[in-house]
Ligand binder design. Sequence first.
Ligand code: H79
Length: 443
Amino acid sequence: NTLSREEILNESEEAFDERMEWWRDAKFGLFIHWGPYAVPAGVHNGERLEGIGEWIMERAEIPVEEYEEYSRQFNPTEYDADEWVQIAKDAGMKYIIITSKHHDGFALWDSEVGNYNSVDFAQIEKDLLDELKVAADKHGIELGFYHSIMDWHHPDAQAPHYPDYNTSEKMNPNFDRYVENYLKPQVRELVEEYDPAVMWFDGEWIPEWTHEHAEDMYVMLRQMDPELIINNRVDVGRQGMQGMNEEGGDYLGDFGTPEQEILESTSNFDWEACMTMNDTWGYKEHDDNWKSSETLIHNLVDIAAKGGNYLLNVGPTAEGIIPDASVERLADMGDWMDINGEAIYETDRLQNHFSEGESIRYTKKKGEPVYYGILLEEPGQTAQFSYLQPDEGSEVMLLGYEDPLNWEFDEENGLSIQIPDEVTNAENLSTAWVFKINGSEIN
Ligand code: H79
């Protein structure tokens, strides 16, 4: 039952809520940036390049034919899709978004349109995306694709002032041909062959891409799969790296996409913060500026409290290895989520307060009078939460600690919870402490 254009463009709030449900509940996903840029890994002609690794073609102004050499060398002998999915799952992630095509134009599957892809061009026999899809299905993880609208390789999409890709106002006169004969067929293949749960567009800021293109793409995709979730970069309303749409505009796309930042506050529009663990998306040999596991866990809590999702990136090597530093951090996050995940998954933000100062965040179990006060620093002798009131006689629990805690509530100080000494020394408790109450939110 194909939806009409009308139905798609005037979707009811109920239908939208239903379509978004699994995604909203999931909260935490893995972003994978993987492609030929992992071959130079940030070093071209012996020169280490600044900036994000997957932009090396543009950064180093590498001509197409020369970059194609990297694409030919891309040979992921160590790729193990099942292991990747297991790493994501153990971290507590519920979905994966992988680059089916980044700005360099290289397609990570055996596409029928053109030959600039893993099979025809790089001679990789494996169906990389199919293996990931099979593994994801097996582990109950949703799979989606990042697909770049901008394309530095296709002659009909390339900026005419190549290799100055982005700065000119000049447009490629053949761009519509690229959209009809290349971009849309590729995206249709992805949906038909791999049944993605999310299409995550990017590179929409080029002057050639318009709201009309966006509407065509959005309607086409939702007609192919009415359940599909599509990010706001399908359209042209995104406000820079903050990632949310321009106020008042009528733009397509189901969620906003803050990049390398977390919204200051909540939003009435769904959103997902995509962020890296070091300073690059695509693998770079010389980037050791890793965020701590503590920072990553605090980010997850902060984002969930503000009602968003966290899409955390890894950049596997050209061989197909996720860097150890990433794997270690994901494992730490998984340890924390094993104990505290219930304060993240299937939660809502509170009505009035998502935070209290720097070191307290709040979440609420969806549809239940269950609240979580989350401390981002080690509790002292008492923990204070101004905005939660437990039901009379109810138990207040610290996740990961067996016994109910003594608590009192008064109008002036709110909720005060006594912290037993063992809590300070408990090995399983660290990084962020989650207090669970049955009760209500107060002002
Ligand atoms: O895939 C990763 C990056 O390669 C990609 N997005 C993430 C998910 C990315 N593309 N570009 N950038 C990151 C930085 C580009 C910023 C700019 Fe612009 C493009 C500045 C001007 C044009 C976007 C649109 C920000 C402002 C307007």
